[in-house]
Design a protein around this ligand. Structure first.
Ligand code: NAD
Length: 263
């Protein structure tokens, strides 16, 4: 596969864990400098940066910017441009979940989910796009969800935010369509990350069921292949979208969901 990212620089938001970390690792393995972002234990995050840099030979740093804070997002992008000279690849991945009936949905949770899962995409793109335009190349990949295409009950903020991500992705793609910048969204089904492991435990408690049964009958109820999506499959797709083979793929929402949205 043609590799257009060797020597380039990527920011992957929410990459101290789960899907984001797998994407950051794959980009680094392909010769791309990476700026990790997200929360967690400072010593563990530093160890991840050092180990990944040693293993891949690229520059790996970490920004603790909070994706619900526009000024911190702007500062993260500016710092990456100063340190690396560019932000060529932007992966908007940070996201959180809260499950509740809509009438009892806490307003602060609604605002937080909209800010982290949707508005952060606007603020990162707003900050990074001028540099991509100046350099004449860029890749923006927004990690949405199957919940960007279809809904589930009790996830109103998440579903609204992820549907919003798809609309935003299309608008940005059209605005830059005549340049060599593409903007796409990936819509994963269930992936076994800390975000979902928490949901398995909660549901097992709520339904008084063994965790294996929760996985099959509750979590993967809407995922026809009954298997979690591998983080490596999502990382490989991001890498493909960064290649020159994907030059004409823009404004899309790509499901990786075991058939969920085929129903
Ligand atoms: P995760 O909980 O494993 O990781 C989330 C990451 O986001 C962590 O690095 C965390 O520190 C970071 N983060 C959270 N709040 C942040 C904030 N305010 N500022 C900066 N970073 C913040 O989750 P995951 O499952 O890897 O999810 C990653 C993305 O994929 C999310 O957008 C999620 O909605 C989406 N997604 C996940 C699944 C799934 O089944 N796991 C399915 C579809 C879509």
């Amino acid at each position: 596969m043609p590799n257009g990212i060797h020597g380039k620089t990527a920011i992957v938001t929410g990459s101290t864990s789960g899907i984001g970390l797998a994407i950051a690792e794959r980009l680094a393995e392909s010769g791309c400098n990476v700026v990790l972002n997200g929360f967690g234990d400072a010593i563990a995050i530093n160890a991840t940066c050092v180990t990944l840099a040693e293993r891949t030979g690229v520059h790996v740093s970490h920004s603790g910017a909070d994706m619900s804070k526009p000024d911190q997002i702007e500062a993260m992008v500016r710092e990456a441009e100063e340190v690396h000279g560019a932000v060529d690849v932007l992966v908007n991945n940070a996201g959180i979940q809260h499950v509740s009936p809509v009438e009892g949905f806490p307003p602060d949770k609604w605002e937080q989910i909209l800010a982290i899962n949707l508005s952060s995409n606007f603020y990162t793109v707003r900050a990074a796009l001028p540099g991509m335009k100046r350099r004449g190349w860029g890749r923006i990949v927004n990690i949405a969800s199957a919940h960007g295409l279809v809904a589930s009950p009790y996830k109103s903020a998440y579903v609204a935010a992820k549907h919003g991500v798809l609309g935003f992705t299309k608008s940005v793609a059209l605005e830059v369509a005549e340049t060599a910048i593409t903007c796409n969204a990936i819509c994963p089904g269930y992936v076994k990350t800390p975000l979902v492991e928490g949901q398995i435990k909660d549901q097992a408690r709520a339904h008084n069921m063994p965790e294996e049964q929760v996985v099959r009958d509750v979590i993967l109820a809407s995922q026809p292949n009954k298997r979690f999506v591998a983080t490596s499959a999502l990382a490989d797709l991001v890498l493909f979208l960064c290649s020159s083979s994907a030059d004409a793929i823009t404004g899309t929402a790509l499901p990786v969901d075991g058939g969920w949205t085929a129903r």
